[in-house]
Design a protein around this ligand. Structure first.
Ligand code: MD6
Ligand code: FE
Length: 215
């Protein structure tokens, strides 16, 4: 599958992470200023917040959502919902640019026809991290995850299907897009503790857009 996956890609910009997983370097760089403008507008309606895990810990990453449904963690567990529990209002609509970029990236990675309903927006301050986990709260696992990095660089941890598999450490920078699906859809992944940094377009923050077909 990796052969097919890479067939349509120009070699210098695409890095295979595993069977069904690829990093498209700089894929979103040209769209980044517009993406950040949309994030600003979305967060005026649905502000960033640090969610509580089912175990009762406050996540270091701040999150919000746009799209028909949003991903939420609370004491009851992880779930998708149409309304922002903080405001009681529906999540802001997914901007056409988000949709279009997610579909383009998925297609470039060998997964055409990606129509995500959910976009989780993450904001990382220095010291924030996301421990190894699988994205498995979605009703439909036949579609990939598309993950866009913006701002301060991070170390993306990409492991295997077993939590004990030693993860690869991959530096992800502003404009990089990771796509994982097919045999890698349930791969363990995370973000190592963020080091302090600066990016002209985001200041001290890293932002991440995670697109999913949730329903
Ligand atoms: C990232 N985020 O921020 C990857 N998964 O680059 C995730 O993998 C993620 O932020 C599930 C729930 C929240 C997340
Ligand atoms: Fe994840």
């Amino acid at each position: 599958m990796t052969g097919d996956l890479l067939a349509g890609l120009s070699a210098p910009s695409a890095e295979a992470l595993a069977d069904g997983a690829v990093l498209l370097r700089g894929f979103a760089a040209a769209d980044a200023p517009a993406l950040l403008g949309e994030i600003r507008q979305i967060t005026e309606q649905a502000p960033f917040r640090q969610l509580i895990t089912p175990g009762g810990f406050r996540m270091s990453v701040a999150m919000t959502n746009c799209g028909a449904v949003g991903w939420i963690s609370d004491r009851r567990g992880y779930h998708y919902g149409a309304d922002d529990p903080e405001t009681g209002r529906p999540w802001p609509a997914m901007p056409p640019l988000f949709r279009e970029l997610a579909d383009r990236a998925a297609a470039a990675a060998g997964f055409p026809g990606f129509e995500p309903e959910a976009c989780l927006i993450n904001r990382y301050a220095p010291g924030a991290r996301l421990t190894l986990h699988q994205d498995r709260d979605e009703g439909n696992l036949s579609h990939p995850i598309v993950s866009v990095s913006l701002g301060v660089p991070a170390t993306f941890l990409f492991g295997g299907l077993d939590r004990k598999d030693k993860p690869r450490r991959v530096r992800v920078e502003h404009g990089d897009v990771a796509v994982w699906g097919g045999p890698s859809r349930l791969a363990f992944h995370g973000i190592d503790t963020m080091k302090p940094g600066h990016h002209d377009q985001t200041g001290e923050w890293r932002y991440n857009l995670t697109f999913r077909k949730a329903l």
